[in-house]
Design a binder for this molecule. Structure first.
Ligand code: NAG
Length: 351
């Protein structure tokens, strides 16, 4: 059983006991899962037209595509599938450098060994995320899994990754690509924009913030003159140089601190990104985040694709394809995730 299936009593809205929150975070986010065994992925080769990049991952090269993901035991199977999908659909797979942010140095050793066993040729670096920096800033949301400290690591990529990395594609662990990540990484950001992501201007933007937020003019004024639209933070192209120069981490943390004092939103790590960036991002084609395949935050019902082409399938929401496949109750689209699953089956283990 994976930890995020556990039913955990939610603290009541108005009584945020810090200790009980920490206990919940511990149970939910750091509980070790049974050791999973993964197959070795095939080696993927650059096509002849690919530029050559320096051999070590810490050397920066603007020809390299830098991909950042988080790494934890509960979502490891998803991460492995995501990595495989990125490599398989890339024309220059040897030019991709993965940056994994893990919840602690002990788990990062184990997890990076697991990754390296399945992807012996992968260019990767693993960073331990100091979750004490963020645990005091987390307030409970509508879905407990959204409260895991690692979920907030995307706020800190500019600080965690070496300064030589100038641009990064951030990817969640519950997705697979079916197109070349280099195309996503090459999204034009213009002269000033820090972040690119698919925008959803039909989504009801009001609903991402509480009436407390909207009824306070000094807060709601944040969006004045901005054409703010919802975007999903599971797939982002980030200019880390501009992020560092503008100290956007502090801007996000400031909103998280305000959220601790007055509840201005109900979701986890997403709303601060909307507060800081919505209306000022570069657009990305919707095909790069066919999101919501995990259903809603409460029940995880099956969802269909949005109309149009598909470059990336994202099982955001409560239902994860590996859980539903294991339970023998897959949604139709979970069949598109299954080919990237590297977990050794019972049959393979026994044979
Ligand atoms: C948008 O959401 C807000 C708050 O949840 C709600 O009051 C409003 O009716 C919604 N608007 C539309 C057009 O659905």
């Amino acid at each position: 059983m994976t930890t995020h299936n556990m039913s955990i009593p939610q603290p009541t809205k108005h009584h945020h006991h810090h200790l009980s929150l920490l206990l919940i975070l511990f149970l939910l986010c750091f509980n070790a899962t049974a050791t999973q065994q993964f197959r070795e992925a095939p080696k993927f080769y650059n096509s002849l037209s690919c530029p050559s990049i320096p051999a070590t991952a810490d050397q920066s090269s603007d020809e390299a595509v830098h991909v950042a993901m988080t790494l934890d035991a509960a979502y490891l199977r998803g991460s492995m599938a995501a990595i495989l999908s990125v490599l398989q659909h890339s024309s220059c797979p040897e030019n991709i450098i993965f940056h994994f942010v893990s919840s602690s140095s002990s788990s990062s050793n184990l997890l990076s060994t697991t990754i390296s066993n399945s992807f012996p040729y992968l260019k990767l670096r693993v960073y331990a995320f100091d979750y004490s920096a963020v645990s005091g800033l987390i307030s409970t949301s509508i879905r407990a899994a959204l409260d895991c400290p690692l979920n907030y690591a995307r706020n800190y990529l500019a600080n965690i990754l070496p300064p030589s990395v100038r641009r990064v594609v951030y990817l969640d662990s519950d997705l697979v690509l079916v197109d070349d990540v280099a195309k996503l990484a090459a999204t034009p950001l213009g002269d000033r924009v820090v972040l690119a992501a698919p925008e959803y201007c039909n989504a009801n933007f009001t609903s991402y913030f509480t009436p407390t937020f909207w009824s306070n003019p000094s807060l709601s004024m944040t969006f004045a003159g901005r054409d703010a639209c919802y975007f999903n933070t599971g797939v982002m192209v980030i200019d880390l140089q501009r992020w560092r120069a503008g100290d956007y981490t502090t801007k996000i943390v400031d909103w998280m601190e305000l959220q601790k004092r007055m509840r201005i939103y109900e979701l986890g790590s997403l709303p601060p990104f909307l507060l800081v960036f919505a209306g000022n991002i570069a657009p990305v084609d919707h095909k790069w985040n066919q999101h919501g395949l995990g259903g809603d935050n409460f029940r995880g019902l099956c969802r269909d694709l949005h109309p149009g082409p598909v470059s990336l399938l994202h099982w955001s929401g409560k239902g994860k394809p590996w859980d539903r496949l294991d339970a023998n109750r897959p949604c139709p689209l979970d069949a598109l995730w299954a080919p990237y699953d590297l977990l050794k089956t019972q049959f393979a283990l026994e044979s």
